[in-house]
Write a protein that binds this ligand. Structure first.
Ligand SMILES: Cc1cc2nc3c(=O)[nH]c(=O)nc-3n(C[C@H](O)[C@H](O)[C@H](O)COP(=O)(O)OP(=O)(O)OC[C@H]3O[C@@H](n4cnc5c(N)ncnc54)[C@H](O)[C@@H]3O)c2cc1C
Length: 433
């Protein structure tokens, strides 16, 4: 007889673990399956784990704001003991560079004003006063290295928005294992080192999953939280073709570059969403600067098969480092730029899909597009409620659920995350979301 559960979650990344945690809290018998031996060892492990509240859409910003208190009180969210080995949050604040082509960030200010996200407006000289190694120059549009104009400066930024309520998690893999441990305390089970090879169905409903070498596990509910493999799981379930918004795997690199030796960037640096140079940056342990891409139009996007891609860094990390050197002119660029290469699970409009599917009992929390680590706690709650809503007989496609965001007065209409939405033109179509 196959093992039977109330729900099976495919993927023990930060998203799958958060869903398993919430479902277990509401007394469901949950099994979370991952092909890796350790929770969080998928794309979550290489996340820059930046926690910020600025997004290009009101709903995106509201979801991020609702999550913020859970990172501030990680122990409380987990129901963990203070002396457990827990990931920690460091609040350093996040800058956003403003210039003509991003309409001076006015939309972000409007959103911040509407939902009460604190921010300050910094002039270029204030930016330099706050961060003495910074060049507040204006470099946009970002250019390819082969472009003769690479690095050319055109005056200064108009200003910088500074969001003080922002920071990063020191260890995203550990944060995931913390949620896994919390889920286990509520009875969730984890089957690690086990690869789902098929989704089983009967009469238009999911019945469970087939696991390589281990046979069938049955459940009336199966959740796809497989990160960059999400489209493969959707294909197994036969639901991809009916979706208006689809997902695919994007290979990205993040450079880890030593900060200028005479400045303690680790303790005095900021996070910055710096579209002016086509990237983002944040402080890292060891007085380093992490520099990632915000997908400027001059850079080709590297769509890959998540089971077959280059895992070492290439010229992309070097390009991020050189762009970073525009902002930090005293930063040396090592011959061999270190860093990481990993995958984003990108939705067509860079906004996630948190939804049911055309197959009864089959749900998805996918398309996290390089920016949903921060949202995992509330996504877990939202998915658990959505699953109850649909399994109780409600027609989510016709009469979509609204989710009351915790920690604020905001009802999030889940049509925003529907698999069948039209492309959302308000999106940045980048990791900013
Ligand atoms: C380089 C990088 C930087 C990022 N920076 C940030 C940031 O600063 N802030 C932010 O908020 N977000 C950031 N993100 C995004 C964030 O990390 C992701 O949105 C989040 O980690 C996705 O979690 P997940 O659980 O969906 O995916 P994953 O962590 O990839 O988990 C999916 C799991 O599914 C498993 N799986 C897949 N197929 C199968 C199968 N057939 N059978 C069993 N298991 C399977 C995998 O092994 C994997 O463990 C970044 C991402 C990357 C890659």
């Amino acid at each position: 007889m196959p093992e039977t559960y109330d729900a099976i979650v495919i993927g023990a990344g930060i998203i799958g673990c958060a869903i398993a945690y919430e479902m277990a809290k509401s007394r469901k018998r949950v099994l979370c399956i991952d092909r890796n031996a350790i929770a969080g060892a998928g794309s979550t492990t290489n996340s820059c784990a930046i926690i910020r509240t600025h997004y290009s859409t009101l709903n995106g910003a509201a979801l991020a704001k609702a999550n913020y208190p859970f990172w501030e009180d990680w122990t409380g969210y987990l129901g963990a003991a203070a002396d457990d080995n827990l990931a920690s949050y460091r609040e350093v604040g996040c800058c956003y560079t403003c210039f003509e082509d991003n309409k001076y960030g006015i939309k972000l200010e409007e959103i911040a004003n509407e939902i009460g996200i604190p921010y300050e407006v910094w002039t270029p000289s204030k930016f330099r006063a706050q961060l003495p190694i910074v060049n507040p120059g204006h470099f946009h549009p970002p250019k390819a290295l082969s472009d003769a104009g690479f690095g050319s400066q055109n005056g200064e930024l108009r200003y910088v928005l500074f969001f003080p309520k922002a920071g990063f998690i020191n260890d995203p893999g550990l944060a995931t294992q913390n949620i896994q441990a919390a889920a286990k305390r509520h009875g969730a089970e984890f089957l690690m080192g086990a690869s789902v090879s098929d989704i089983t169905t009967d009469g238009g409903r999911v019945t469970g999953v087939e696991v390589e070498g281990k046979g069938q596990f049955t459940a009336p509910v199966v959740v796809n939280a497989a990160g960059p493999h999400s489209f493969k799981i959707n294909r197994m379930a036969g639901v991809e073709d009916e979706m208006n918004i689809k997902t695919k795997a994007l290979r990205v690199e993040v450079a880890h570059v030593p900060a200028p030796a005479d400045f303690d960037f680790e303790n005095n640096g900021y996070i910055c969403s710096d579209a002016d140079i086509g990237g983002y940056w944040r402080p890292e342990i060891g007085n380093k600067i992490l520099i990632g891409s915000e997908e400027p139009s001059c850079d080709p996007l590297e769509w890959v098969d998540p089971d077959d891609y280059e895992t070492s860094v290439t010229d992309q990390a070097r390009l991020q480092a050189l762009r970073g050197a525009q902002r930090f002119p005293s930063m040396g660029i090592p011959n061999n730029v270190q860093g990481i290469a990993d995958l984003y699970d990108v939705a067509d409009d860079w906004i996630p899909i948190y939804d049911k599917s055309s197959l009864g009992g089959f749900y998805m929390a996918i398309g996290t597009s390089g920016n949903q680590f921060k949202n995992a706690p509330v996504v877990g709650m939202m998915m658990a409620e959505l699953i109850d809503y649909v399994e109780d007989g409600n027609d989510h496609d016709g009469d979509p659920m609204c989710f009351a965001l915790p920690n604020m007065d905001y009802n999030l209409d889940l049509r925003f995350f529907s698999r069948n939405r039209e492309i959302n033109r308000e999106s940045s179509f980048s990791v900013v979301g």
